[in-house]
Design a protein around this ligand. Structure first.
Ligand SMILES: [Zn+2]
Length: 370
């Protein structure tokens, strides 16, 4: 049975392969649908094709002829029949796995600091942070009504900027063309929907006061953060390349730490090398350096050569570890506890004995020479 009033369409593909939208034509008109879930660049592609279609139609080409003409161009699919225009609009509303992936690709999975900040900021939210007061709203003597505006606490602002920090407020999501993702009854959002909701809430707040307040009240903010944290926890070791030899976290720097024991009879050298994350590397540095400061001096060769050399090499190595961002989740096992800095470890002050002795020898030598 043939449709008495057929509608046809062609799919449009952006240069990067993203499905951009559809141009449709019936007996009288040419129209288009962009995909609301698509990127801004895909939107522009669809818009350009629509301009081209209108131009061809304006030059007197029949609507169906416009489609055939376009379908010969690269990036435009074959002419297909649809039951009606609404069916094509529905097609344009389909959210594809590629749409989700594009948003997830925008998350900064290698920035371990940003993810930790998101967790810390959210966990630090208090009931006062969540109890949002409004300012303004009063009527002035001349009758002008002040606009009310939400007063967000520092803690809440910190969560919002942490969401931006991990890349969850995305320019890839055209929030104005889409409804706010619904919060399912179980309160769980997919990570892509968490990005959509975060973007709509944070960007929307600039246009419409109270979006963040609403998100706090109805649990959307909690769902966003929970979903993003769960996503991050499932990521395989954060940065490519080195993995800490102790905990499996990354990034890690390939370093060597040494400890020297310089007893008169027993001299000992100990070293540990391999990729180490910030936390484990600092732990090894502090332990070995303290050990050397305490036991490294008690032979002439140790005092003047090995102990100072060990300390300097450790200092150079720890600089590389300290430049690393905090490690992502570990996979091998528990992480070393770096403990307190070397200068707060009493054993390290044993080094004052040989140092003072050397100073004493120098001073007496100098005064003897005078
Ligand atoms: Zn580690």
């Amino acid at each position: 049975m043939s449709n008495p009033n057929p509608v046809h369409y062609v799919p449009l593909t952006a240069p990067d392969g993203e499905l951009a939208g559809y141009i449709w034509a019936d007996a009288a008109a040419v129209g288009w649908f962009h995909r609301p879930a698509g990127s801004s660049s895909a939107y522009r592609t669809a818009e350009e094709w629509h301009d081209r279609a209108r131009e061809l139609h304006g030059r007197g080409l029949a609507p169906r002829g416009v489609l055939s003409m376009l379908s010969r161009e690269p990036g435009v699919g074959p002419v297909t029949e649809a039951p009606d225009v609404a069916a094509i609009e529905e097609l344009a509303r389909v959210v594809t796995p590629a749409d989700d992936r594009r948003l997830l690709d925008g998350l900064d999975r290698d920035n371990a600091d940003a993810w930790r900040e998101l967790g810390d900021a959210f966990d630090a939210l208090t009931d006062e942070d969540r109890d949002i007061k409004w300012g303004g709203g009063q009527k002035r003597a001349d009758g002008v009504q002040h606009v009310a505006y939400p007063l967000y606490s520092e803690g809440l602002r910190r969560v919002v900027s942490a969401l931006e920090g991990v890349g969850a407020v995305s320019g890839e999501y055209r929030w104005m063309g889409n409804p706010m993702p619904d919060l399912p009854p179980d309160g769980r959002l997919s990570p892509a929907d968490a990005i959509r909701a975060a973007t709509t809430t944070v960007r929307g707040e600039r246009v419409c006061d109270g979006m963040i307040a609403d998100a706090v009240k109805d649990g959307l903010l909690d769902a966003i953060v929970a979903s993003l944290r769960a996503w991050y926890a499932e990521q395989p070791s954060a940065a490519p390349g080195n993995m800490c030899r102790f905990c499996g976290g990354s990034p890690a720097a390939d370093v060597t730490f040494r400890a020297h024991r310089g007893l008169v009879i027993l001299m000992g050298f100990k070293k540990t090398d391999g990729p180490m994350c910030f936390t484990c590397g600092l732990a090894v540095y502090r332990a070995y350096t303290t050990h050397t400061l305490c036991q490294g001096w008690w032979s002439p060769l140790s005092l003047f050569v090995f102990a100072p050399l060990t300390l300097v090499r450790n200092l150079l190595a720890v600089r590389r570890v300290k430049r690393l961002p905090a490690p992502g989740p570990g996979t091998l096992g528990p992480r070393y506890d770096p403990g307190v800095p070397v200068h707060r470890r009493p054993r390290a002050y044993v080094a004052l004995v040989p140092a003072l002795w050397v100073l004493f020898m120098i001073v007496t030598g100098l005064s003897g020479a005078v």
